[in-house]
Design a protein around this ligand. Structure first.
Ligand SMILES: N[C@@H](CCC(=O)N[C@@H](CS)C(=O)NCC(=O)O)C(=O)O
Length: 329
């Protein structure tokens, strides 16, 4: 495959369950108090909710400006046709480069969080894969060993209106902590909130926000804007089936998991992101579910442990029959 060297950059490589030529059908295992941001925030009020404005340092404000400018630009150069068949080797290689660019983040669970939580908070993230600000939040979720419900919001996506209704503008990421009742925009605020509330004493890595400017956009470039554009089924008359409880075992900086998240995003499929980074005590849940490594997808009775099979399955079931080009095809 020639990708082993790249796979080494990801702690858990994707290995196949290979119980079926494409995707194996197997019975799936059956599977507060109000907190505040612990620092004062400048609030705005919308629909009865208080939103905290960013009070980041100057660096972060600069990052925001540059990246806010880059995002629409990337849409123009990279957002193209999500359905266009792609070369598998290139896919894995570019995702590998993306992982190398963010090698420090989104892979290993921070020491303070390597302990079983009594209860996982109920978190929801409106995001899209290619957005560097959303990546920040997903990296943090992996590093803090938090699971999260993902509502993908590619351009013109159906969940965008939920964000508009909840917060008043279409900007991503948009984060909801149902356990505490907090909702917010601004990736830096979300990251700070997650550390303070669920970090168990862990601190945001030094220069983390600045790193978004230096390397945070690289995965977006290496992946040419995948995970940004909504996929329109090519088959005439195709009606997208309702999706049930899709779960993806993953950690943010895994090169194979990225390919699966991109597909979920382009197909606008909501899913539960089960973060099981290096050191995660939740890895047991992956094993219990029948998985050996990440990515591992559960969709009702279907369980798949190989990224190209996951992507093929998702496009076939929810995309109207399109199957991305296979390795060597
Ligand atoms: N300062 C914000 C910036 C967020 C931002 O600019 N997000 C871009 C995506 S990278 C966005 O929502 N653009 C509007 C869109 O995609 O429609 C943050 O850090 O969260």
């Amino acid at each position: 495959m020639g990708t082993n060297a790249l796979a080494a950059s990801s702690h858990l490589s994707s290995t196949s369950t290979r119980q079926h030529p494409r995707f194996h059908l197997r019975r799936a295992a059956k599977t507060h108090s109000s907190s505040s941001l612990y620092r004062p925030c400048r609030g705005t009020f919308h629909r009865g909710r208080i939103f905290c404005a960013s009070d980041d340092d100057e660096n972060n404000n600069n990052n925001k400006n540059v990246l806010s400018f880059l995002c629409p630009l990337l849409k123009l150069i990279g957002g193209g046709d999500a359905a266009k068949p792609r070369n598998r080797t290139l896919e894995v290689a570019t995702s590998g480069f993306a992982s190398i660019a963010r090698i420090q983040y989104g892979k290993t669970v921070l020491e303070e969080c390597i302990q079983r939580r009594k209860q996982q908070p109920k978190l929801i993230l409106y995001e899209f894969e290619a957005c560097p600000f959303c990546r920040r939040v997903r990296e943090t979720l992996s590093m803090l060993d938090l699971d999260c419900e993902i509502r993908p919001c590619p351009k013109d996506g159906r969940f965008r209106k939920e964000v508009l209704e909840r917060g008043g503008k279409e900007t991503f990421p948009y984060f909801v902590d149902e356990t505490s009742g907090k909702e917010m925009y601004e990736s830096a605020d979300i990251v700070n909130y997650l550390y303070e509330k669920y970090g168990n004493g862990a601190r945001v890595p030094e220069n983390y926000f600045t790193s978004t400017l230096i390397t945070g956009w690289m995965p977006t470039l290496f992946r040419a804007g995948r995970g940004m554009t909504k996929y329109e089924p090519r088959k005439e008359g195709f009606v997208k089936p309702q999706s049930g409880n899709i779960e993806l075992f993953n950690y943010e900086n895994n090169q194979f998991a990225r390919l699966c998240r991109e597909a979920l995003c382009e197909l606008e499929l909501p899913y539960t992101l089960r973060n099981v980074g290096a050191g995660s005590p939740k890895r047991e849940t992956l094993t219990e579910a029948g998985g050996k490594s990440v990515p591992f997808l559960i969709d009702g009775d279907v369980k798949i442990g190989e990224s190209d099979e996951i992507v093929a399955y998702l496009f076939e079931k929810y995309g109207g029959g399109y199957v991305p080009e296979k390795q060597g095809a």
